[in-house]
Design a protein around this ligand. Structure first.
Ligand code: GAL
Length: 698
C-alpha cells in the first residue's frame, strides 16, 4: 500500500499556526524559543508574513527581507513547512499616508483614515501595483524554497469600497453584462418608482442614504460585482506570484462569518480551499436543546468547503486553540473540546488544521486572544499547550486518512444569490425572517444527526455535478439562475430525487418574479402552480394532514409554520393537505413523478418532527442508507465518513455532548486509529471524546 498524500502532496495531516515573528524582531531569544517549542507542540506548518508588510518594505521601494530570510533559514534546518502570505491585508502607514487614495470609502462616501487592516480599495490601481511588486519579489526570493508548501493569499478579504473608481468599475461590469441601458432597465424593473436610468453615470452603488434597497436587481448585481471584484484582486495577487516564477499552489483563507461574498466566485482563482473558523462551542449550556447550534453550523460550512472544490481535501486555516477575545463571552475551550473540534474538521474533509495564533503578542488588539503560547504563566506547560499536543497526537495517528475524500448521496443546496436576496434584500414578509439559511441548516442537521453523509453545494455552479447525488435538498430556492431548471430537470429525469418547497422557483436570475407564480419549467418539474403566500405569526400554526395510504407512509399530523404557499396541482400527487384556515384541504406536501425521478414539494415551513419523518421516509423510499440504522446515534454524536482511493473507509464518531455516549456498531467494526485498539461491536465515547475507525472490510 502506498503512503497516502495530503492535499499539498506530502504525507500525513497538517498541523500548524499563524506565526508572527515580525512582532518579535526586537527579541531574538523569543524566536529561538519558538523554534525550540514548535516540535514540542507538534507544529509542522507556520503561516508567515500575514501582516508583515511594514517590516518587509519599511519605506517605499526598499525591501528588507533579512528577517524573513532568517526565518526561512531556521525553517530549512527543521521539518517545518511554510505557508507564505502575501501581506496585502494590512497596508503600512507610509503607503496610506502618502497615497490616501488607496484607502477605502465607506457607504456614506467618507474616505477612511489610515489604520487597521482590510482598509484598502480593491480597485485602486496604485494599491494593486504595490501589492503586485511585493508579491513578485516574494515569489522571486522564496518561490522555489524547498520549505514553501503554499501561498497564503492575503487574509480574509471582506467588505466593500464605495469610491468613484469602484462605482466606475461597477458600471463597466454592468455594461459588459447588459450591453445597453434598455436591457439593464428591463432587468431591474426600474420603471418602478420612476427609477429608469437614462445614462450609465446615474448608476451608483446602493447605499442607505441613496437608492437603498428599492431596486433589487441593483442590490443583487452590486453584490455579484463585489465578489467578482475580490476574485479579480485575488487573481491579480496570484498572477504576480506566478510572474515571479513560483508554481507552489495558492489558497486564500475565507472569512469565518464568510457569507458576505460568494465563496464560489472568490475561490475560483485559487488552487486549494481554506476557511477560518471561530465557533463558540460553549455559547449554550447544552446546544442540543436549541434549534440549531454552532457545532452543526461549523459542520455545514466545512461540508461546503468540500463542495467548493469537489474531489479535493481542504484546509482549516485558522481556529483558536483556546478562546477568542472578541467574543461576547470568550469562554475557554473545555477539556477535550479542542481535540474534538480539530477532529471535526478532519472528519469533514480537511487535510489539516492551523491556529490563530502561535504566540500572543504583548500589545495590540489580540494580546488576549487565545494562542498556543499565551500571556500567562503556563508557557509550554500550560493546559492549552497540552491540548494542542493532544491534537498533534491525534493528527499523527490519523496519517492514513490524508488525501481521502467524502462521498455523499445527498446534497443540501446553498447559494449566495439566494442568501443575499432572501436575508438582506427582499421585502417579502420582513427582512430578518427569511429562514435562509436556517432552513438549510435545519435540514442539514437531520443528516448530521442520523449518519447520512451530506454535501453542501451551490447546485447551479458548473462545479456541482448533480449526477453524484441521489437526493438534492433545495429549500427556498427562490431565484433560479439561467440554465438551472434545465440542469435540475435533466437530473431528475435520469432518476434524481428533489426535495424543495415554499419560496422556490419564483424569480429569474435578475430577481424578476414570474407573473404566473413560478418559472414555467419549474412549475412543470414540481407539478404545481403557485397562487399566494400566507405568513403566520411566530405563535400561529397550521397543519400538514397526511392523506391515507400516501406514498411515503406518513400518518401523523405535523405543524406548518411561518410561510405557507397556496398552490394548485398541475400533475403532482398530494401527500398531505393543510388542516386549517380558509385554505384547509389545499396541497401542503406533494410529489411529482418526472422521468425516473421524483420531486417533493413542501409548500410550508415545518418543524423538526416533520423534517425528521419526511427525510427518513425519503431515505427509505429512495435507497439512501444511513451508515448506521436510524436511532443509533445519541443526541450530540455525529458520524462522518472519509473514503480512501484504495477503498478503505474511515468512520469518525464525534461526541459533542456532555455525557459518555454508547454507540452500537450494528455489525461494523474496525481499528480505532486514535487508540490503536479494535472497536468491538460498540463504542463508549467519553464526553467530548471521539473514535476514528478504519473499518474492517467484511
Ligand atoms: C481572524 C483573522 C486573524 C485574527 C483572528 C482572531 O478572523 O484572520 O488574523 O484576527 O481572526 O480571532
Amino acid at each position: 500500500m502506498s503512503t497516502p498524500l495530503n492535499v499539498l502532496g506530502s504525507t500525513g495531516l497538517l498541523h500548524g499556526c499563524d506565526y508572527n515573528p515580525d512582532q518579535w524582531l526586537h527579541a531574538p531569544s523569543v524566536i529561538d524559543e519558538d523554534f525550540r517549542l514548535f516540535p514540542e507542540a507538534g507544529i509542522g506548518v507556520v503561516s508567515l508574513n500575514i501582516f508583515g508588510w511594514a517590516q518587509l518594505e519599511p519605506e517605499e521601494g526598499r525591501y528588507d527581507f533579512g528577517w524573513l530570510d532568517d526565518i526561512f533559514d531556521r525553517v530549512a534546518r527543521t521539518d517545518l513547512k511554510i505557508f507564505l502570505s502575501t501581506p496585502s491585508a494590512a497596508a503600512p502607514n507610509w503607503l496610506t499616508y502618502r497615497y490616501p487614495e488607496v484607502l477605502r470609502v465607506d457607504e456614506t462616501g467618507r474616505r477612511r483614515l489610515p489604520g487597521t487592516r482590510m482598509n484598502f480599495c480593491p480597485t485602486s490601481a496604485l494599491y494593486r501595483e504595490k501589492v503586485a511588486a511585493l508579491n513578485q519579489a516574494l515569489s522571486l526570493r522564496y518561490g522555489k524554497h524547498p520549505s514553501l508548501a503554499l501561498w497564503h493569499i492575503s487574509n480574509e478579504y471582506h467588505g466593500m469600497c464605495y469610491c468613484d473608481d469602484c462605482e466606475a468599475g461597477f458600471r463597466s461590469w454592468l455594461q459588459r453584462k447588459y450591453g445597453s441601458l434598455d436591457a439593464l432597465n428591463a432587468a431591474w424593473w426600474s420603471a418602478f418608482w420612476s427609477r429608469t436610468y437614462t445614462s450609465w453615470e446615474q448608476i451608483r452603488a446602493p447605499r442607505g442614504h441613496g437608492e437603498g434597497t428599492s431596486v433589487h436587481g441593483l442590490c443583487l448585481d452590486w453584490r455579484r460585482f463585489g465578489s467578482d471584484l475580490w476574485a479579480d484582486f485575488i487573481a491579480a495577487e496570484i498572477a504576480a506570484i506566478r510572474a515571479g516564477g513560483s508554481t507552489v499552489p495558492s489558497a486564500t483563507n475565507l472569512h469565518p462569518g464568510g457569507l458576505q461574498h460568494d465563496a464560489w466566485r472568490l475561490t475560483a482563482p485559487t488552487d486549494i480551499i481554506s476557511w477560518d473558523a471561530y465557533p463558540n462551542y460553549h455559547d449554550r449550556d447544552e446546544p442540543w436543546s436549541v434549534a440549531w447550534n454552532p457545532i452543526v453550523y461549523q459542520s455545514f460550512v466545512q461540508d461546503m468547503c468540500r463542495g467548493l472544490r469537489p474531489g479535493r481535501p481542504w484546509l482549516l486555516m485558522e481556529t483558536t486553540p483556546s478562546s477568542a477575545n472578541w467574543m461576547e463571552v470568550p469562554k475557554l475551550k473545555r477539556p477535550g473540546i479542542h481535540r474534538l473540534t480539530v477532529l471535526q474538521s478532519i472528519a469533514h474533509g480537511a487535510d489539516g488544521t492551523l491556529y490563530f495564533q502561535w504566540r500572543a503578542g504583548r500589545g495590540g488588539e489580540e494580546k488576549f486572544h487565545g494562542a498556543v503560547l499565551e500571556n500567562g504563566c503556563g508557557g509550554s506547560r500550560s493546559r492549552v499547550f497540552a491540548d494542542v499536543r493532544s491534537a498533534t497526537d491525534a493528527l499523527n495517528n490519523l496519517a492514513p486518512v490524508a488525501g481521502s475524500l467524502a462521498r455523499s448521496q445527498v446534497a443540501v443546496g446553498f447559494d449566495w444569490d439566494n442568501w443575499w436576496l432572501q436575508a438582506e434584500i427582499l421585502s417579502h414578509g420582513g427582512r430578518g425572517r427569511s429562514h435562509y439559511p436556517w432552513e438549510q441548516l435545519d435540514l442539514y442537521r437531520e443528516h448530521w444527526e442520523n449518519a447520512v453523509p451530506c454535501d453542501v453545494i451551490d447546485p447551479s455552479s458548473p462545479l456541482s455535478d448533480l449526477s453524484r447525488y441521489r437526493l438534492l435538498v433545495l429549500p427556498q430556492h427562490y431565484l433560479l439562475r439561467t440554465g438551472f431548471v434545465e440542469k435540475v430537470t435533466a437530473w431528475v429525469e435520469a432518476g434524481g430525487i428533489l426535495l424543495t418547497g415554499v419560496l422556490s422557483g419564483w424569480a429569474d436570475a435578475s430577481d424578476l418574479v414570474y407573473s404566473d407564480g413560478m418559472h414555467p419549467g419549474w412549475s412543470r418539474l414540481v407539478g404545481l402552480r403557485r397562487e399566494e403566500l400566507d405568513h403566520l405569526y411566530p405563535d400561529e400554526k397550521n397543519r400538514f394532514v397526511f392523506a391515507p395510504g400516501n406514498a411515503l407512509g406518513l400518518k401523523a399530523e405535523f405543524a406548518a409554520v411561518a410561510k405557507l404557499e397556496l398552490n394548485h396541482l398541475v400533475g403532482a400527487e398530494v401527500l398531505a393537505i393543510y388542516g386549517d384556515d380558509f385554505y384547509a384541504g389545499r396541497p401542503a406536501l406533494t410529489v411529482n413523478a418526472v422521468g425516473s425521478g421524483f420531486v417533493y414539494y413542501q409548500a410550508a415551513r415545518s418543524e423538526q418532527p416533520l423534517r425528521q419523518a419526511l427525510l427518513a421516509a425519503l431515505w427509505r423510499r429512495h435507497g439512501i442508507e444511513p451508515l448506521l440504522p436510524l436511532g443509533s446515534l445519541p443526541a450530540g454524536v455525529t458520524l462522518q465518513r472519509r473514503l480512501a482511493a484504495d477503498g478503505r473507509e474511515f468512520w469518525f464518531f464525534l461526541n459533542f455532548s456532555r455525557q459518555t455516549q454508547h454507540v452500537p456498531l450494528h455489525g461494523h467494526s474496525g481499528l480505532d486509529l486514535l487508540t490503536g485498539q479494535p472497536s468491538g461491536n460498540a463504542l463508549n465515547l467519553a464526553s467530548y471524546g471521539a473514535a476514528v475507525l478504519a473499518l474492517s472490510r467484511s
